[in-house]
Ligand binder design. Structure first.
Ligand SMILES: Nc1nc2c(ncn2[C@@H]2O[C@H](COP(=O)(O)OP(=O)(O)O)[C@@H](O)[C@H]2O)c(=O)[nH]1
Ligand SMILES: [Mg+2]
Length: 473
């Protein structure tokens, strides 16, 4: 998978917007509106069922305990986390107006109006971690199953509508599930209109996977293996699946762990694991100081962290923190976010801007001149990937199993010319040209018997693209 070069794309879009603005004051207002989208970071929405670990993951990624995870009012509304100072929260109401929201240490307490009047909470905080992409935390999809009746029809309650609305403006999604996602969850994700290139699967709560902390198999290793199987099975929905232990990540990324915690954990080293779990289970509500320390450890580390972190804790809080980071899976997640998902989100966003201009070219009085601007954009080599991406989206909808869909996906995903033609990395320029010519002939043949309008349109772009490679352009 490649990290598409974005600056030439932005530069082209910016030029187009300037050309639009030059048409007069009213087009200039449109150019400003569209430009605001261009220059704001892509939005990544976190979706998944209630209690899947979405807010915990947001805290880990942001590096601060900002997203509420206890059952508060605030967990039932969408939150948009954006880099900015000073740290503040505004409720954006359904009528578009905004109200300030009180916070305590960054956390939202009471909402100024009932949750169902709020479209989303807009939350600014100065954090480099969200400079390149804005994160959107959703309330999640609650699925109810009527156990005692023959019909086990799915009922979607709280959060479905809000999650969908929040996803409309998102450029990419992180889809959280523990074990195997249900068919209705996958169907929901498809409805949101994301492609496999803009959807990252996360097998969450990996520390409790399978038999959990006390099983014969290490749950993290087991989760990693299951993630590989799921990635293959969900290939039409997600780019890949990564195992993540959000709780371990939250604790280690937000600076919650202290030397006192590490000492308290190390002190438990000699207790057999089963006895330790019994001890932890028997503690709740106890006012004995040691029991309270154990309760805190359980909240911070979960059963897996407590049982397996004890020997590491003897090395101090820093060593324990490093161990948690490594076990959490979040470094890998960050890398995929930055290099792949974030990059494709930006491509997706560029496509949105082209489509906005398209819409103007249909409706605006100056439509002919706007059409000229959009046509110029679409044929600009800098926007090739954006255009291919748009066709991939259309093909995934119209005919995901068509060979044309595979061709588009490979062209976008592969970082080198050789890779785009299925050749080994050390293939010569000559071999690439020959292969491009072969694909060009194939595409011409395919064009004679297209099955859908989407395929027909995609082949025009494929033929143009392969033609350029075949001519060595
Ligand atoms: N053991 C463990 N617990 C987790 C993990 N992620 C979240 N949790 C816990 O699960 C509960 C629900 O998490 P939350 O992030 O609020 O879920 P959300 O409803 O999807 O936002 C909280 O008590 C978290 O501490 C994880 O990776 N491991
Ligand atoms: Mg939540």
């Amino acid at each position: 998978m490649s990290a598409p070069p974005l600056d030439p794309v932005r530069a082209s879009l910016d030029r187009a917007l300037h050309a639009l603005a030059a048409l007069g004051p009213e087009p200039a207002a449109h150019a400003n509106r569209i430009g605001a989208v261009l220059w704001s970071p892509p939005r990544i929405v976190i979706v998944g069922r209630l209690k899947a670990g979405k807010s915990t993951l947001v805290n880990a990624l942001v590096g601060a305990p900002v997203a509420e995870t206890a059952a508060l009012e605030a967990t039932s509304v969408v939150s948009v986390y954006q880099d900015g100072a000073p740290a503040r929260v505004e409720a954006v109401l359904r009528d578009g107006s905004r109200r300030p929201v009180e916070t305590t240490h960054g956390q939202v307490g009471a909402l100024p109006v009932p949750a169902d009047e709020i479209a989303y909470l807009h939350r600014w905080l100065p954090s480099a971690a969200i400079r390149d992409h804005t994160l959107v935390d959703t309330p999640g999809l609650a699925t109810l199953t009527a156990e005692n009746e023959a019909r086990t029809r799915r009922v979607l309650i709280d959060g479905f509508e809000q999650t969908r609305t929040a996803s409309v403006d998102a450029d990419a999604a992180v889809f959280l599930f523990d074990s195997t996602p249900r068919a209705d969850e996958v169907a929901f994700l498809r409805q949101l209109g994301f492609t496999p290139l803009t959807t990252l699967g996360v097998l969450s709560r990996a520390d409790g996977f399978g038999e959990g902390a006390l099983g014969d198999r290490d749950p993290l290793a087991h989760a990693a293996e299951h993630a590989t199987v799921l990635a293959d099975r969900l290939r039409g929905t997600v780019m890949t699946v990564l195992p993540v232990a959000g709780l371990l990540a939250e604790t280690s990324h937000t600076g919650a762990l202290t030397e006192t915690d590490a000492r308290a954990l190390a002190a438990l080293a000699s207790i057999p694991p089963l006895d330790l779990i019994d001890l932890l289970d028997s503690d709740p509500g106890s006012d004995d100081a040691q029991a309270q320390a154990r309760g805190r450890l359980l909240d911070l580390l979960g059963e897996y962290g407590v049982v397996h972190g004890r020997t590491v804790a003897a090395g101090g809080a820093a060593a324990l923190n490093d161990w948690l980071v490594a076990k959490s899976g979040v470094p890998q997640l960050r890398s995929v976010l930055a290099r792949h998902l974030g990059a494709f989100a930006a491509v997706q966003r560029a496509g949105r801007i082209v489509r906005e201009l398209d819409r103007l070219a249909y409706t605006h009085p100056a439509r002919d001149r706007i059409r000229g601007i959009v046509d110029g954009l679409r044929s600009d080599p800098a926007l090739r990937e954006v255009v291919l991406f748009e066709h991939l989206g259309a093909m995934l909808e119209a005919d995901p199993d068509s060979p044309v869909t595979d061709e588009l996906r490979r062209l976008i995903e592969q970082p080198t010319a050789a890779g785009r033609f299925g050749l080994p990395a050390d293939a010569t320029a000559e071999a690439v040209r020959a292969q491009a010519q072969a694909r060009l002939d194939w595409a011409h043949g395919q064009k004679l018997s297209t099955l859908t309008a989407a395929e027909d349109a995609a082949l025009v772009v494929l033929i143009d693209t392969y033609g350029r490679y075949a001519r060595g352009v």
